[in-house]
Design a protein around this ligand. Sequence first.
Ligand SMILES: Cc1cc2nc3c(=O)[nH]c(=O)nc-3n(C[C@H](O)[C@H](O)[C@H](O)COP(=O)(O)OP(=O)(O)OC[C@H]3O[C@@H](n4cnc5c(N)ncnc54)[C@H](O)[C@@H]3O)c2cc1C
Length: 419
Amino acid sequence: MANIDDFIRPKEWVSDFVTDIGKVLREWGKDKYMPVRQQIDEDWRDHKLVKPLLKEVLVDLGINAAFFPAEVGGTDIPETCTLVCILAEEGGRIDSGFTVAVLCSLWPMLPIILKPHRNMELLQDIGPKFCGETLYVGCNAMTEPSSGADIENMDRMRGKTIQTTAKLIGDEWVINGHKIWPTNSGDVANLYGVVCTTKKGSTDLNDFAFIYVPADAPGVSMGGPYQKAGMAADMNTDIWFEDVHVPKSYRAHGPGDDLKYFTEMITYGNMASAAMCLGVMKNIYEIIKRWTTERIIAGKPLKEHSMVAAALSEIAISIEATSAWIHMYCREVDHPEIYGTDPWSNKMAHKSRGLAIFASQAVEKVCSTAMDYMGSYGYSREFDVEKHWRDSKMIGLWMGGLGLKHLENARYWYELETL
Ligand SMILES: Cc1cc2nc3c(=O)[nH]c(=O)nc-3n(C[C@H](O)[C@H](O)[C@H](O)COP(=O)(O)OP(=O)(O)OC[C@H]3O[C@@H](n4cnc5c(N)ncnc54)[C@H](O)[C@@H]3O)c2cc1C
């Protein structure tokens, strides 16, 4: 009997070790998360359930430490993009909102963690906090009120609209600005990676700065949690920085390199988004398979009606196609020595926008199709399809939204000159 593990996963590319880490998360989800999954939707304001669960995954299961070098207490698991995607997939199957909270803890750390551009000086300071016994969470603060897409649209806007400023005074950066929406804002994160400009209005890419700011630094404040359609396990609030001082060494790298490795973060964000969609689709596959097998309509199981079989086939096709594409791009990101593409290149960031669009549109269709054939049951809380439907819509909206993703993907494939 086919099951979720029969969908494409190239065994020669994904090590047994990484697959096993995914299985550990899957088992944890079955025992610890699934029993409270529906209650999480009511926990959006306080995160009374979410916070201890975050600790179990990031600290007790060692997911934070998996990405840090051994010298600072990490386990330094290789083939990082593949690992991220397996975690995103297994996590997405459980709850994509929770998964974005987990992975966004590490997302802003990538510029200083990934090889070959590790910043060991900063890692000596920050690494042990992430790899310790106490929950320590990261947050990537890039979006601003004027437009999130304009900030990510570095090719054309070139940082012109970034209003959060970083001024070097003596041995310290002084940060001023206002961010909205970051995952793990509120009282969740301990450390922000903040997108800043060293010169407001500048289009010089060297003025783009990525600076780490501890959440408890004087001058940092935040608003209350936003209530959203879904993704309750991800807390999003405003963050204000008013004359916040951090050491000069808290800049990720420096002029030019900050943007380069931020671009790599965008690639990882696209990859993880697609893998979360894949995980959601796999859970929908499990739910709809069971439902259409057990539900008897017109004297036979629902799946035995030809129209329904065609819809089920479409769901399986979406999963196979998304999975194959993800693993091919993981390979490209993890093995530049084979493919000749730097993981921080615009090429990889722009191409992976196409994958993120494909996966987010596939998951929307899959959730909707499952609901079509579960009827009102699909729309009820009890069967979790409506949860995935609400949650996964967001995966297509974040990181610049559909418009920017299409633009960047078309920029790579068609060498656009004016857009
Ligand atoms: C659950 C959740 C988690 C999030 N996590 C984070 C996070 O961790 N960190 C963070 O910084 N932000 C985060 N965000 C914010 C999110 O990334 C932004 O909302 C997103 O980038 C879009 O920005 P915007 O909402 O300002 O839309 P806008 O920038 O106003 O864009 C609106 C629409 O216009 C389109 N568009 C933009 N430019 C063009 C163009 N040139 N041509 C055609 N169309 C265009 C966009 O694609 C989009 O569809 C999160 C949001 C949510 C809801």
